[in-house]
Ligand binder design. Structure first.
Ligand SMILES: Cc1ncc(COP(=O)(O)O)c(C=O)c1O
Length: 385
């Protein structure tokens, strides 16, 4: 179905044949195993049995995987029980004792924890780098460097890596490159098209899009997906059929949701940047972001997760501000329809008890003007005294 656009393919790809009973929605093939009526059939015509056990694969899962591979412009994709399931499976498949990994120091904290605290148990060491320049990777290179782990833009401060430059430098050295693309989504950034070997996602975020699913994705060339699928089978990190069905349902509206998230996120971020009590807004789509030019170069759009910093304030000021908010909820994760906020001090409080605070903001599908009104009523509490 190549001549069609992404929006059309999201609906039709893999759905050319009618589903049983003429159903429009795909069936949830909610089965653990797949059987034959005779043992003879299993021996004599094994090709008639494409599926055996849903920890290995399942038709509902494969429909989700085809759509994601189309979005990421990769040969294939695999779905996992969580974004961390995808990330852990990738790291365990492509490293072994004695190997060295280079990872961006602002990657999602559990990814960093896995690399810093768990993989050393199996003889894999990691160097964390800023990732803002190619030199930061070059300085960390060792003869045994096997994998470079990127997340662009990265968590909390939304720093970018030049994906094409890193991929071009790593490939001749035989170093595998992996990039977490959860923030931009494949609609706004395709790391594989820039030369990155494997793209991973927390599909719990924008891809599923409704805050009702925990899932992960890895996409890339078939030769890399074959050993990765084996790891998924052995670790049991496979997404189950109902999860895959929820993911397919979420993907149907991705191309409608993302432009809206982008516009609302930028609107709120711009408004925050104009407030005198806000010291800094970290959003790659704002011209004042130090890597805005790179963002424009390698992305086609922006997610709606960003952060802002205050000048030194008392903890009670942060709470007084957040107590006034009616439309924001306070919790982890992001990518659903609802706006969210989290915050913490990024300095040790000084002798007067003041510290700089960082607030992570996620803009959902509400009217951004309502969200700005909500923020405006209490933002005065953040004024440095
Ligand atoms: C950037 C990023 N990558 C990966 C993950 C992990 O995904 P999951 O929670 O689906 O395991 C998250 C989750 O918050 C994330 O924000």
């Amino acid at each position: 179905m190549e001549p069609y656009s992404t929006e059309t393919l999201l609906q039709h790809l893999g759905e050319e044949e009618p589903f049983p009973y003429g159903a429009v929605a795909p069936p949830i093939v909610q089965t653990s195993l797949f059987h034959t009526r005779s043992l003879r059939e299993r021996y004599e015509t094994p090709e008639s049995m494409p599926y055996h056990y849903s920890r290995v694969s399942n038709p509902t899962l494969e429909l989700a995987e085809r759509k994601i591979a189309m979005l990421e412009h990769t040969e294939g994709a695999l779905c996992f029980s969580a974004g961390m399931g995808a990330i852990a499976s990738v790291l365990l498949t492509f490293t072994q004792a004695g190997d060295h990994v280079i990872c961006v120091d602002t990657a999602y904290p559990p990814t960093r924890e896995l690399l810093a605290n768990w993989l050393p148990r199996y003889g894999v060491e990691t160097t964390f780098v800023s990732g803002e320049t190619l030199e930061s990777f070059q300085e960390a290179l060792r003869p045994n460097t096997r994998l470079i782990y990127l997340e662009s833009p990265s968590s909390l401060v939304f720093r970018l890596q030049d994906l094409q430059a890193v991929a071009e430098w790593a490939r001749p050295k035989g170093i595998l490159t992996v990039c977490d693309n959860s923030w931009a989504t494949p609609l706004f950034q395709n790391p594989h098209a820039l030369g990155i070997d494997l793209v991973v996602h927390s599909a719990s975020k924008y891809l599923a899009g409704h805050s009702d699913l925990v899932a992960g994705v890895a996409a890339g060339r078939r030769e890399l997906l074959t050993p990765l699928q084996k790891t998924r089978e052995l670790l049991g990190t496979t997404l189950e059929p109902f999860g895959a069905w929820l993911l397919i349902r979420g993907l149907r509206t991705l191309s409608v949701r993302m432009p809206r998230h982008q516009a609302s996120g930028l609107r709120v971020a711009q408004w925050l940047a104009e407030q005198p009590m806000i010291a800094k807004v970290h959003h790659p789509g704002l011209p004042q972001h130090p890597q805005h030019a790179l963002a424009r170069n390698q992305m086609r759009g922006y997610g709606s997760l960003f952060s802002f910093e205050t000048y030194p304030i008392h903890k009670e000021q942060a709470f007084a501000f957040t107590d006034t908010l009616k439309l924001f909820r306070f919790g982890p994760s992001w990518g659903g329809y609802e706006s969210l906020l989290l915050g913490w001090n990024i300095d040790q409080p000084d002798e007067s008890g003041r510290a700089r605070w960082l607030f992570r903001v996620y803009i959902g599908l509400e009217d951004p003007e309502d969200l700005i009104r909500d923020l405006a009523q209490g933002i005065g509490h953040l004024e440095a005294e």
